[in-house]
Design a protein around this ligand. Structure first.
Ligand code: FAD
Length: 429
């Protein structure tokens, strides 16, 4: 059977809210542009506090990365708490460390609280090292976060295979707070909860320009316009040019995924036992989890917006490397999506003009961290002072030579894969 190019999550999600296109003029307190996890979680925080809010998406709720994601809740950063304090200052750094430590539990609490049916499982995350250098770096990272209060343990030798089902690694960190969700259902669930509480939401409503008119913001869309006191831009890797320089603050890398046929009960005993998730230290990162029907979802870095033949080849290679016991299993679907990667691999909260906020750049850690950002964006609009937020409010600083480096993105996956292979050969763990 040929592998279908189709986002697996669209075949198993909860129903989507019935939305219309915006076709007239609307006046609200807050306009949220982009109905992914960030936008929907921001809107929810606002309507919970009684703020009149409209959310518009150029396509539909969850059309972007949120509906394509691996859905793995990986609740620490690639930086240590000390690095974060150096980058963001001690006060703000401490806020982010505290929020990070509770981010997974906060997400699973949200899911319960808003009764979101998104196949949520909190069974832990195995973060595996593929080289000796990665062991050294990850040992330092794990220890630093464990000292800060995270429940992280080191596992080595046979214990790694026992915990993950993968014979490919000899050392890993086990994060007990990690887990996985159905990412599209989570996004739709946040959207429905926001609509139930009074948010207005519109699909196929592409904001083409944003202008200051008579002390308010006016967003033009093809068939209507929204006037708002405040605007939140949550368009992440799918950003257009509505705010100058925003999409130049990150690189829109591609991530590709596959869904296998459901594994048999016996196969499931040998792969990700107990429904833990796994990701590794490769640049082209291999990551995997189950869906609710026992299909393995496996991902890595890709090249184009389509999960092309080369990407499928890399996925198959990865699957054979990480889980050789099912390396040739039938693949049902493949798909791709964009992730926004910032130079320091940390998200940015921007306030480029009074009344305009943006939260972008989750660098592959959006499942737990978009909720943190959504709460921070709504919190700021509800009056939280900047020093109480988990992210510093930064200026927009475009990456130098962004036009050139962005054009090289299709080469990133082959280059990263080559470097990973070289590192495994010369320094493999
Ligand atoms: C294949 C893949 C796998 C991933 N796996 C993981 C994982 O396992 N764990 C993890 O933590 N993270 C993962 N991520 C990252 C995570 O999914 C994202 O960080 C997160 O979903 C970003 O959510 P968002 O709401 O900020 O952006 P998005 O979900 O991308 O939403 C942006 C929305 O903005 C809309 N938009 C853009 N421009 C306009 C405009 N002008 N007007 C109106 N609407 C507009 C788009 O249509 C889109 O719906 C993955 C990403 C991908 C692509």
């Amino acid at each position: 059977m040929p592998v279908q190019e189709e986002i697996h999550w669209t075949t198993t999600s909860i129903s989507a809210p019935k939305l219309a296109r915006l076709s007239d003029s609307l006046n609200v307190d807050v306009l949220v542009i982009g109905a992914g996890l960030t936008g929907c979680r921001t809107a929810l925080g606002l309507v919970d506090a009684g703020v009149s809010t409209a959310v518009v998406d150029a396509k539909n709720v969850g059309w972007g990365a949120s509906g394509r994601s691996g859905g793995q809740c990986n609740p620490i950063w690639r930086k240590t708490p000390e690095d974060i304090k150096k980058m963001f200052g001690v006060k703000q750094g401490k806020n982010l460390i505290r929020t990070t430590l509770s981010s997974a539990d906060d997400l699973f609490h949200d899911i319960k609280n808003y009764k979101i049916d998104c196949d949520a499982v909190q069974a832990g995350w195995v973060q595996a090292a593929h080289t000796r250098k990665a062991i050294k770096d990850m040992r330092r990272l794990g220890k630093a976060w464990a000292d800060a209060g995270a429940d992280i343990s080191e596992i080595e030798g046979d214990a790694v295979e026992k915990a993950s089902g993968s014979p490919a690694y000899s050392w890993a960190l086990k994060h007990s707070a990690g887990g996985h969700v159905h990412p599209l259902s989570l996004t739709l669930g946040y959207a429905k909860a926001a609509i139930d509480r009074g948010a207005q939401m519109f699909k196929e409503t592409h904001v083409t320009s944003l202008q200051r008119v008579d002390g308010k913001w006016r967003a033009k869309t093809p068939n209507g316009e929204v006037t708002a006191e405040n605007v939140v831009i949550s368009t992440n890797a799918y950003s257009n040019d509505i705010w100058p320089g925003l999409k130049q603050t990150f690189h829109p890398l591609v991530s590709v995924s596959l869904a296998t046929r459901p594994l048999t009960t016996d196969e499931q005993k040998t792969v990700l036992p107990g429904s833990v998730t796994i990701s590794d230290s490769r640049l082209a990162i291999y990551y995997s989890r189950y869906d609710r029907d026992g299909r393995l979802i496996f991902g890595c870095v890709g090249s184009t917006d389509h999960a092309d033949v080369l990407s499928l080849g890399r996925l198959r290679d990865g699957l054979r490397t990480v889980f050789p016991q099912i390396g040739n299993i039938e693949i049902e679907r493949k798909w791709a999506g964009r992730i926004a990667v910032t130079p320091e691999m940390m998200p940015h909260m921007h306030e480029p003009s009074p009344g305009v906020l943006a939260g972008v750049g989750f660098s592959g850690r959006g499942i737990a961290m978009t909720s943190v950002m959504g709460r921070a964006l709504s919190g700021k609009l509800l009056g939280a002072t900047d020093d109480a937020l988990p992210f510093p409010v930064q200026d927009i600083s475009p990456i130098p030579m962004h036009g050139l480096t962005s054009r090289l993105i299709p080469l990133a996956a082959p280059a990263m894969t080559l470097k990973d292979k070289f590192d495994s050969l010369t320094n493999g763990a």
